[in-house]
Design a protein around this ligand. Structure first.
Ligand code: CA
Length: 234
């Protein structure tokens, strides 16, 4: 699925992640996209500057240690040259205290020290976004009687709290991001088994488990689209 700038008009915050460590960048990208952000990536200073010059973002995650132009330079260009107030969450290494202080002077809004937990990145971004827009970010996704609270990650069918295994949760969150749309088997496999090693019949087993758990709570809305994938009936 291609997500363009139009997507942010559906209430999903548009986020730029500036990070040269490809593993950290990929983890942030995957996690935050799953949590409903529209995500762009830049891997060095010049690429970040090109992005922020050409596009308008709701939020920026900015690593300070970057090749070719460091995060402080990117921040300086954002605030002083482009005069943008976009909230910036800075990522720093433990040894970068001076840079962190300098980042605040240049207009950073918040920081996290590596290593960090992905849910904390999301919580801080949502807080920055709320503060900057004065708007309440939707924290709940729904399809009929089914709903997920994005912050607590609790799933309910009607009034019944449903406990899901981690892979069931990932699958349901993905399906619930686009209720009614078909999500391909391939995309779900990549999401559930990111190392690419998908055990035989594992997908079928996961879908069975998710369906059975939701069905016990009274929800039977996960459809198989044969030869393509799965969707949530709305
Ligand atoms: Ca770095």
């Amino acid at each position: 699925m291609t997500v363009g700038s139009e997507a942010s008009t559906h209430g999903r915050p548009k986020l730029l992640i500036v990070e040269d460590d490809t593993t950290i960048a990929a983890n942030l990208h995957q996690f935050l996209e799953l949590r409903g952000f529209v995500v762009d990536l830049a891997h060095d200073g010049p690429a970040a500057v090109a992005r922020i010059s050409a596009e308008s973002y709701d939020l920026i995650v900015l690593d300070l240690g970057l090749p070719r132009a460091d995060g402080l330079q990117v921040l300086d260009i954002l605030r002083r040259h482009l005069i943008r107030a976009t909230p910036v969450l800075v990522l720093t290494a433990r040894s970068e205290l001076d840079s962190r202080l300098e980042a605040f002077e240049l207009g950073a809004d918040d920081y996290l020290t590596k290593p960090f937990a992905l849910p904390e990145v999301e919580a801080r971004l949502l807080a920055l976004h709320r503060r900057s827009t004065g708007a309440v970010v939707p924290t709940e996704s729904r399809a009929g009687p089914l709903r997920i609270d994005r912050r607590s990650r609790q799933v309910h069918v009607g009034d019944t709290l449903v406990r899901l295994m981690p892979r069931s949760m990932l699958m349901l969150e993905r399906l619930l991001r686009d209720p009614g749309a078909v999500v391909s088997r391939r995309e779900l496999e990549d999401l559930l088994w990111p190392d690419g090693d998908v055990p035989a019949d594992a997908m079928r087993g996961q879908v069975y488990l998710l369906r059975r758990t939701l069905s016990e709570a009274g929800f039977d809305g996960i459809e198989t689209v044969h030869g393509v994938g799965f969707r949530l009936r709305i």
